[in-house]
Design a protein around this ligand. Sequence first.
Ligand code: HEC
Ligand code: HEC
Length: 319
Amino acid sequence: MKSKFLYFIAVIPFLFLACNSSKKNKADSASLAESKKELSEGFHLMKNNCFSCHSPNAGIQNKVAPSMASIKKHYAEEGISYKEFAYNISAFLNNPSEQNSKMPEAIKAYNLMPKMSFTDEQISKISNYLYHSDIENPDWFTKQYPKEMNNHIKSNALSPLEQGQQIAMNTKGVLGKNLLGAIKQKGTLGALSFCSIKAIPITDSMSIALNATVKRVSDKNRNSNNAANSDELKVIATMQRAIANGSKVKPQLISSDNKHVGYYPIVTNQMCMQCHGTINSDIKPEVLSKIKSLYPNDKAIAYKENELRGIWVIEMDKE
Ligand code: HEC
Ligand code: HEC
């Protein structure tokens, strides 16, 4: 009886140990899977939102923006912690401006990057991927990029709100690239026809599968085809209230029997002012007169930075 009791006592610690260690293993593998998923999501976001302007191929000097590798080299200075790195990336993405720039020479060479609207979570996934990937390595694009593509295709499905956001951001990437390129080559006047999405073909497989349509509308539209309807005006009003309250503007999804419609904010930054800002101080007289002749009913002026210029409206079939 006594010996059995002793045996029991002796076994207890092992039971605990065994139990603890299996718990710990589980936790480790969960956090590993979690971080793999996070990385894949970070890659996904960058592929859809950044690589159209910032070539993922370090060897290619893109015409409209520095390569992602050279950006990483500027941001991941010797000895910088991940926390600082992520802080700097997030500051610039939330508000692309000269104050937040670490590459002022890039602004001179390419013009300031247009502002995009991301949630804090998306920005932290982007920083996480950029920091932990090997993107600055000259071999990354030929060796790692195809693997990342493969992983991310296998990674979990997106919600309709995220699908719509990707379609909007893909279009926005091409639009921004064309617009920045045109301003650089032809100046503001020559770039006037490049802020239109009419000429941007929708070719990615997700948009085709979802039979997606892409619109940009505004409460103060320039082109009369881009006037917001009554549903869209309600969404715009909600987003304007969020901006006025200083909170982050959230995208919205409205679903009917067979369709999802996603609404995503379009916010101004300094780059937009030359065509949508204050007459004379931002918009030069020759630009204004060309705008007036092309769009006699133009309402899209007198904006300041960080205001809601309009919204993307993405209509998708339900899967
Ligand atoms: C429409 C084209 C375009 C897209 C899309 C784009 N960028 Fe940029 N980005 C630029 C240009 C042009 C510059 C160089 C001028 C500047 O620094 O603002 C730049 C510069 C940067 C810089 C360096 C800023 C500095 O001056 O210190 C960072 C960081 C950056 N981009 C991150 C991103 C990330 C992350 C994404 C995707 C979420 C992205 N960019 C998408 C055009 C773009
Ligand atoms: C070179 C001048 C120019 C610049 C710079 C410019 N735009 Fe435009 N924008 C236009 C013109 C012209 C139109 C009308 C396009 C059309 O006919 O569809 C337009 C239309 C738009 C529309 C569609 C709604 C409407 O009013 O017809 C949005 C949204 C928009 N611009 C947002 C922006 C944002 C955001 C920026 C900065 C990132 C920007 N634009 C920079 C000239 C410009």
